[in-house]
Design a protein around this ligand. Structure first.
Ligand SMILES: [Zn+2]
Length: 504
């Protein structure tokens, strides 16, 4: 039987704040020495008092505004009680019934398929809590060690409605959220480093039942540390649950882990073992008024926070498409690398300002040249050397000089690639390199004519073949002339000159 999967996501992201959520300890994800950034507050000593990090609250509310959430004017923190060795206080400060943000929605704007990209996913809530420490299992000495550097780091939690119906869309949602976190500078959201963690819940039912929100038994999968594993784990669960339902087995409501090497999920704990967290309001922190209005003084001004939002990825996508007249797919590539997009925009505007008397067609040609040389040639060199765009010795200004040379036929495309490689290595300006490397394209016909005549004299057999209708011979002759001029000749002019000579 065909079943319809319904998927909800729960995503955690470590916020990029200078200090932890409730103390002054540094939040340094790159600190490799254990228990360096700890103090009596985050180590859970009795009698200590937490102090709220306003910057973390700001980042959560900015996320909420970006994701079209309602922001609760009144909010508070709650204690979530449970015992685990990585949680020194015996409870986690989290938010229960009054999260900062509720009822948001976003489109899957990273998809090039309009049917998918117009799909809206509802966000149930976004709240703020603290992260736990890390347990390190020492296999050799059979010990478990505790590192509390991460304990107390501000952690954003986002929960979606069960409105996702395929592994691909779940992956797209996660990727979209990662990009928004990065645009807002709220989190580096590196999944490999555990800065962003995704949990999925999956149930199967008939499509008719899903439409009236009658879902099957929900299975949760944890430990997903890449988008690839999110996709694979969902596909595995759909398969596993389908086989169980087909053989009339009952799905157990449980939490499962993901084994990335074996490519399977495995049972971790069943619902009977689910805990009662005995939530209650955190007595050591005052309730929060979020925004200042006529009656109340709050933590933030709504207008200022709204104004502080940067251009968001889908806004950038729309703008790039309309300003640069590029395809939807090209814009999707660019918004995922905002630094590359910035570089491109600067190159286009510099090149366009250097070229006089442009028609709309000229402007589009410049955009295409900039886009192609940047996304294929320069990115190719970067990938080869493992260089990042901010480390480049090439500036948008020198890159646009190169594009101008290409646009004005001063250099052949082969010559341009050679110059670019040299620019990449040395950071030298292209107008110097073109002379140093002797790559100035020769378009002076009289200078080329002697080369052409020489080649015609040296290749009587090829000439005869050409005159008998073998068109490939012409390419051979042009190739010879290119070699003789070391790539400096304009191939179009060579072609014209050969044809003129051979027709006589
Ligand atoms: Zn601390």
């Amino acid at each position: 039987m065909e079943y319809y999967p319904t998927i909800g996501l729960e995503i955690h992201a470590e916020l990029k704040t200078k200090t932890k959520m409730f103390c002054q300890c540094l939040n340094d994800p790159d600190e490799n020495h254990p228990n360096i950034n700890i103090c009596p507050i985050c180590a859970g000593h009795p009698g200590t008092l937490p102090v709220m990090n306003k910057e973390a609250i700001k980042k959560v509310i900015q996320m909420g505004l970006a994701l079209n959430c309602e922001i609760n004017q009144h909010s508070k923190f709650d204690r979530k009680n449970y015992f685990y060795p990585d949680l020194p206080k015996g409870y986690q400060i989290s938010q229960y019934d009054l999260p900062f943000c509720i009822n948001g929605k976003i489109n899957l704007f990273l998809s090039d398929n309009p049917e998918i990209s117009q799909k809206e996913i509802s966000i149930t809530r976004i709240h703020l809590e603290e992260d736990a420490g890390k347990l390190i299992h020492d296999q050799i000495n059979k010990n478990t060690l505790i590192d509390l550097n991460r304990a107390g780091v501000a952690l954003l939690e986002l929960v979606t409605e069960p409105e996702i119906h395929s592994a691909e869309k779940a992956k797209l949602f996660g990727q979209s959220l990662q990009l928004i976190l990065r645009y807002l500078d709220a989190s580096d959201a590196d999944m490999e480093k555990g800065q962003m963690r995704v949990e999925v819940n999956i149930s199967l039912s008939s499509k008719e039942d899903a439409l009236i929100k009658k879902y099957g038994t929900k299975v949760e999968v944890k430990n997903l540390n890449s988008f690839r594993s999110v996709e694979r784990a969902i596909e595995f669960e759909i398969q596993r649950q389908t086989e169980m339902l087909d053989s009339k087995e009952k799905i157990k409501q449980e939490t499962r882990g993901w084994d990335d090497v074996k490519g399977i999920t495995y049972s971790q704990r069943s619902k009977e073992e689910a805990q009662d967290y005995r939530y209650f309001p955190e007595p050591d922190l005052p309730p929060i008024t979020v925004f200042t209005n006529e009656k109340e003084t709050g933590l933030f001004s709504f207008d200022e926070l709204k104004m502080s939002l940067p251009e968001l990825p889908w806004e950038k996508k729309t703008r790039l498409i309309s300003q640069l007249n590029i395809s939807n797919a090209a814009a999707i590539n660019l918004i995922q690398e905002p630094k590359l997009a910035d570089f491109l925009e600067k190159c286009v505007s510099e090149t366009q300002s250097e070229v006089a008397d442009q028609t709309a067609e000229d402007r589009q040609k410049i955009i295409s040249l900039c886009y192609n040389y940047l996304t294929s040639d320069l990115k190719g060199l970067m990938a080869l050397k493992g260089a990042k765009i901010e480390e480049l010795r090439i500036t948008p200004a020198s890159f646009s000089q190169l594009i101008s040379l290409i646009y004005n036929n001063k250099v052949s495309s082969r010559g341009a690639k050679n110059i670019l490689e040299e620019m990449f290595k040395t950071g030298k300006e292209p107008h110097l390199l073109i002379k140093e490397m002797n790559l100035e394209q020769v378009s002076d016909e009289s200078a080329l004519k002697s080369v052409i005549l020489e080649i015609i004299n040296q290749n009587p057999k090829v000439i005869a073949e050409f005159k008998n209708g073998k068109m490939n011979s012409l390419q051979f002759l042009i190739g010879q002339a290119m070699a003789k001029t070391k790539g400096a000749a304009d191939p179009q002019i060579l072609k014209d000159l050969f044809l003129k000579e051979l027709e006589n």
